[in-house]
Design a protein around this ligand. Structure first.
Ligand code: DAT
Ligand code: MG
Length: 149
């Protein structure tokens, strides 16, 4: 089953949104197979956002993402990468549709509450960057028979 890397960013945690965000992921039928809370070290943050290393906002982005605890997760399900991106909404919370996490919970481009991988390649890379294989739980959710054929 497809997996994606999802992370509630430090603003989401500080603003007390962790429970409501996880609730949306669970209610969608997506399965959380790994989750922890930690302050992302600078070297990991730089690697995570390596595609943006030349951008003018890179330094602020790394500073923000390492500024306090985050909640990184591995989320599994049919089309998980696309489904999470849809649920997250547009990068800029002021452009994101109501009903999306960024559209409902944010107001600032830099502080957009949540991350989701943008492709299978990014997902594999980000999962390996943030988690050990041993941290992933393989289990069946009791409602899976009602989610999929
Ligand atoms: P996304 O997180 O939707 O994949 P992205 O990969 O383009 O967006 O950018 C990564 C993060 O960097 C994004 O979540 C917020 C921040 N960011 C993007 N563009 C920015 C900009 N022009 N100014 C400041 N921060 C920006
Ligand atoms: Mg991105």
């Amino acid at each position: 089953m497809e997996r994606t890397f999802v992370m509630i960013k430090p603003d989401g945690l500080q603003r007390g949104l962790v429970g409501r965000i996880i609730q949306r992921i669970e209610a969608k039928g997506l399965k959380i197979v790994a989750m922890k809370m930690r302050t992302i070290p600078t070297d990991v943050a730089e690697e995570h956002y390596v595609e943006h290393v030349e951008k003018p906002f890179f330094k602020d982005l790394v500073g923000f993402i390492t500024s306090g605890p985050s909640v990184p997760m591995v989320v599994e399900g049919k089309g998980a990468i696309f489904e999470v991106r849809k649920m997250n909404g547009a990068t800029n919370p002021t452009k994101a549709q109501p009903g999306t996490i960024r559209g409902d919970f944010g107001l600032d481009l830099g502080r957009n509450v949540i991350h989701g991988s943008d492709s299978p390649e990014s997902a594999a890379r980000e999962i390996a960057l943030h988690f050990d294989e041993s941290e992933l739980s393989i289990y069946t959710r009791i409602d899976e028979a009602w989610l999929y054929e």
